[in-house]
Design a protein around this ligand. Structure first.
Ligand code: NIG
Ligand code: FE
Length: 398
């Protein structure tokens, strides 16, 4: 058993802190947390860590990324900036498909190296748990390759998601044939090899449409996969509806929504994962965060880190845009990056808050909460603990 003592514990509402707190941790799991004066007596303490009156709050959970890919799409940014649309680029074989070509060519070793560097960038920012989607390979062999390399990544806990239904593979002439291939030949292998228990799909005009997506999601759900959906990003699509129908853990992007669907989300447990960096790069509207939160919908935030629509790993930028453009309050941003992100990944029984039985994953800092999600590109100096162990040396502000 180890004891962390002498810290200011941030409350679950992220509105203040409790002075002189302590936390007991055994094998990485929180056994007790509360006022230092109330620590249970007669315990065998092996190690005492004095946190010197710093603030302590749950570490960040980054719940939507496309971190495993090869190649670059930097020239596409210039094209888009000169007025060529994302869909036009995709129709000409650019966009997702150009990353697919580069990723298929890359060896496992190259992908491990590229991915590890990016994961280290997340870790430095206080991310203890990171979702990573496949979806830049689009065939059995290479989708498996991208999911398998995730087992070699060190640092944060990785939650892998199968996004074979990111775009239609170039070898197929119709979406329904491609989705049938995924359902019959790929999903069972992913399941058998235990490479992921989550299935994602990009539902959008010109990508996957309602009827074919519904059939695919049914096949995935029947195999026992949890569902998450790229929904209502570029248009009012069937994604948000289908997410509710399949009791998805999350529906992500969620920009084009009507009041009716917002009400239905408030009655559900599905988390709306908002990705403002992609909206910045795509020059599209920001999601209606205020309406969602005020209606009672669970809202999480993430980077959507990918080489096309969100080539930025910066959590501070996400929070800053959420505050500036989506009028989220600072406590709402913290909740969106901790407990709500855990709910979106279906791991809220294990992490996302500092409670007995959960992982001792936390950030410790001399800064104030108000220093976070304030400067783009700058996470205040802090130290990240995963399962009670310090994983980083203290991160300096850059
Ligand atoms: O979340 N929307 C689909 N997928 C990614 C973009 C992927 C890409 O352009 O490479 C997204 O924005
Ligand atoms: Fe995405």
């Amino acid at each position: 058993m180890q004891i962390f003592k002498n810290f200011r514990l941030v409350g679950a509402d992220f509105k203040g802190s409790q002075a002189k707190s302590a936390m007991l941790v055994d094998k990485g799991i929180i056994q007790w947390v509360g006022l230092q004066s109330k620590v249970p007596k007669n315990l065998k303490i092996k190690k005492t860590i004095d946190l010197k009156n710093q603030l302590v709050f749950p570490s960040f959970i980054e719940c939507h990324t496309h971190t495993v890919f090869a190649g670059s799409r930097a020239e596409e940014f210039e094209m888009r900036n000169n007025g060529v649309s994302y869909l036009e680029i995709a129709e000409k074989g650019g966009g997702i498909i150009s990353t697919v070509k580069a990723t298929r060519k890359a060896s496992s070793q190259q992908l491990v190296e590229l991915t590890q560097k990016r994961v280290d960038e997340f870790l430095k920012q206080g991310v203890s748990t990171l979702e990573i989607k496949s979806g830049y390979a689009l065939d059995l062999k290479n989708e498996i390759k991208t999911l398998e390399i995730l087992k070699k990544i060190k640092g944060p806990r990785i939650i892998p998601t199968f996004l074979g239904a990111h775009a239609r593979a170039p070898e197929y002439n119709s979406n329904s044939e491609y989705l049938e291939y995924l359902a019959k030949e790929v999903l069972p292998v992913i399941k058998k090899k235990n490479l992921s228990n989550r299935v994602d799909i990009f539902i959008e005009n010109k990508f996957f449409e309602k009827a074919e997506s519904e059939k695919y999601l049914k096949a995935a759900a029947d195999l026992g996969f949890e569902i998450t959906i790229h929904a209502n990003q570029l248009s009012v699509s069937a994604g948000a509806e289908l997410a509710l129908q399949f009791m998805a853990k999350s529906a992500d992007h969620m920009i084009n929504l009507n009041d009716e669907i917002i009400k239905s989300y408030a009655r559900s447990k599905t988390v709306a994962v908002l990705l403002p960096t992609a909206d910045l790069y795509m020059k599209c509207a920001y999601p209606p965060a205020r309406k969602l939160i005020d209606a009672g919908v669970r809202v999480a935030l993430a980077t959507d880190y990918n080489p096309g629509t969100a080539p930025s790993q910066d959590l501070s930028l996400v929070g800053l845009l959420a505050r500036l453009e989506m009028k989220m309050t600072l406590p709402e941003v913290f909740k969106a990056y901790t407990i709500a992100a855990a709910q979106a990944l279906g791991i809220d029984a294990e992490e996302g808050s500092l409670e007995v039985g959960k992982r001792a994953n936390f950030i410790c800092t001399e800064s104030d909460l108000s220093d976070f999600f304030y400067s783009a590109g700058k996470m205040p100096e802090h130290q990240l603990f995963i399962l009670g162990e310090s994983t980083t040396t203290r991160q300096k502000t850059s």
